[in-house]
Design a protein around this ligand. Structure first.
Ligand SMILES: NC(=O)c1ccc[n+]([C@@H]2O[C@H](COP(=O)([O-])OP(=O)(O)OC[C@H]3O[C@@H](n4cnc5c(N)ncnc54)[C@H](O)[C@@H]3O)[C@@H](O)[C@H]2O)c1
Length: 322
C-alpha cells in the first residue's frame, strides 16, 4: 500500500465488488473513476465507501485519513468520461456474458490504447468476453475475494491471447495496492479460489447428507480447525509441517487413505510418485529440512497470535457477535 500518486483507474459497476475495488485502488494512490449506469447506485456508493473507510481506519488498516482516500474517488454516469486517460479498467458489472461482451467492446473503443482491461468475473473467462480485435491482448480476468480491501489474494487469469507484459503490469499495479496477485496459468472454470472452495463444499454437503455430521459442527471443524491453520499456512505447507520428513513422507503415509476417500466419491486422481516429487521439490526449495523444526515453531507462534486475536473478538457462539 502506498499513498504516492499513481495513474488513474476506472472501476466500472458500483455494486459490492466495484465499491470495494474503488477503495483498494484509492488506497494504492490511484485516482478512481467509479462508473455505474444506475443513478441509485451512484447516489449510494459515496456513503458506502465513507462507512467502509471509517471502519478500516478504526481497525488501524489505513495509512491515510479516510477523507483523503474518499476524495480520490469520483462517480460517473458516462463510460467514456470514466475511461478517459486511465491505465487500468476494472469491470464489475453483473455476471452475464452478454453484458461483459458489450462492455469490453466499448472499453476497446473508449479506453486509451494501452490500458489494461480487466474483469472481476467469478467464472466467465476472458476468452469468452474479449473483443475479436487487437484489444483482446490487453484483456484478462482479475478475480478478487470479497471484499478485496480485506482479502488480499487476487487471481490473474489471462486468456491464451493476453500479452505477457499486460499480466506483468497488472500484477505490479495490484501488488503496489497491497494485493497478493497469483497467476492462474490456464482458464479453468471456477479458477482456483472457487475450485478449492467447491471441493470442500461438495464434501461438506455429502457428509451432512449422509448423516456423518451436523451443519454447525462441520462449520466448527473448519472455523476452529482447518481454517485456523490455513490462515497462516496453505494445504501443502500444512502437510509438509504435519509429518516429519515433510510432504513426501506425508504422501507416503496418507496418500492411500486420501485416494480411497476420493474413490468413494467417484474421483480417481491418485498422487503419483512424480506429482508428489514435484510438490516435494518445491517445498524443499522453499524450506530445506534443516529448517523444518524452526518453521513448525514459527507456525505455532503465528497460531498463538491468531488464537489470541480470535479470543479478543470472537464470541463462543458466532451468532452472538453479529
Ligand atoms: N459478490 C462477490 O462475492 C463476488 C466476488 C468476486 C467476483 N464477483 C464478480 O464481480 C462482478 C460484480 O459482482 P457484484 O457482486 O459487485 O454485483 P452487484 O450486483 O452488487 O453489482 C453490479 C453493478 O453493476 C452495475 N451495472 C449493471 N449493468 C452495467 C453496465 N452495463 N455497465 C456498468 N455497470 C453496470 C449495476 O448497476 C450494479 O451496481 C460479477 O462479475 C461477480 O461475479 C463477485
Amino acid at each position: 500500500m502506498n499513498g504516492e500518486s499513481q495513474a488513474a483507474v476506472a472501476v466500472v459497476g458500483a455494486g459490492s465488488i466495484g465499491v470495494a475495488w474503488a477503495i483498494v485502488f484509492a488506497r494504492g494512490g490511484h485516482d478512481v473513476r467509479l462508473q455505474d449506469p444506475d443513478a441509485g447506485r451512484r447516489e449510494q456508493a459515496p456513503a458506502e465507501i465513507a462507512q467502509r473507510l471509517d471502519a478500516l481506519a478504526a481497525a488501524g488498516l489505513l495509512g491515510e485519513a479516510p477523507g483523503a482516500l474518499a476524495k480520490r474517488i469520483t462517480l460517473h454516469a458516462d463510460l467514456g468520461e470514466a475511461l478517459a486517460g486511465v491505465a487500468h479498467v476494472q469491470e464489475n458489472a453483473p455476471e452475464r456474458l452478454e453484458i461483459k461482451q458489450e462492455l469490453f467492446e466499448r472499453f476497446a473503443r473508449l479506453a486509451p490504447p494501452d490500458a489494461v482491461l480487466a474483469s472481476s468475473s467469478s467464472a466467465i473467462t476472458a476468452s469468452s468476453f474479449a473483443p475479436a480485435d487487437s484489444a483482446r491482448s490487453r484483456c484478462l480476468v482479475v478475480h478478487p475475494g470479497n471484499p478485496p480491501f480485506l482479502i488480499p489474494v487476487v487471481e490473474l487469469v489471462p486468456a491464451p491471447f493476453t500479452a505477457d507484459p499486460v499480466v506483468a503490469q497488472c500484477r505490479e499495479r495490484l501488488r503496489r495496492c497491497g494485493m497478493r496477485p497469483v497467476l492462474v496459468a490456464r482458464e479453468v472454470e471456477g479458477f482456483v479460489f472457487n475450485r478449492l472452495q467447491g471441493a470442500m463444499l461438495r464434501e461438506a454437503y455429502c457428509l451432512v447428507r449422509d448423516g456423518v455430521i451436523g451443519v454447525e459442527d462441520l462449520d466448527t471443524v473448519v472455523r476452529d480447525g482447518l481454517g485456523l491453520r490455513w490462515a497462516v499456512i496453505g494445504p501443502f505447507e500444512t502437510a509438509d509441517l504435519n509429518t516429519r520428513g515433510g510432504v513426501a513422507s506425508h504422501a507416503l503415509k496418507m496418500g492411500p487413505a486420501y485416494a480411497r476417500m476420493g474413490a468413494e466419491r467417484g474421483q480417481h486422481d491418485p498422487w503419483t510418485e512424480s506429482l508428489v516429487a514435484r510438490v516435494a521439490a518445491e517445498r524443499r526449495a522453499r524450506l530445506p529440512l534443516e529448517r523444518w523444526q524452526a518453521r513448525v515453531e514459527w507456525r505455532d507462534r503465528a497460531l498463538m497470535a491468531l488464537v489470541a486475536a480470535k479470543q479478543s473478538f470472537a464470541p463462543v457462539e458466532p451468532e452472538e457477535g453479529t
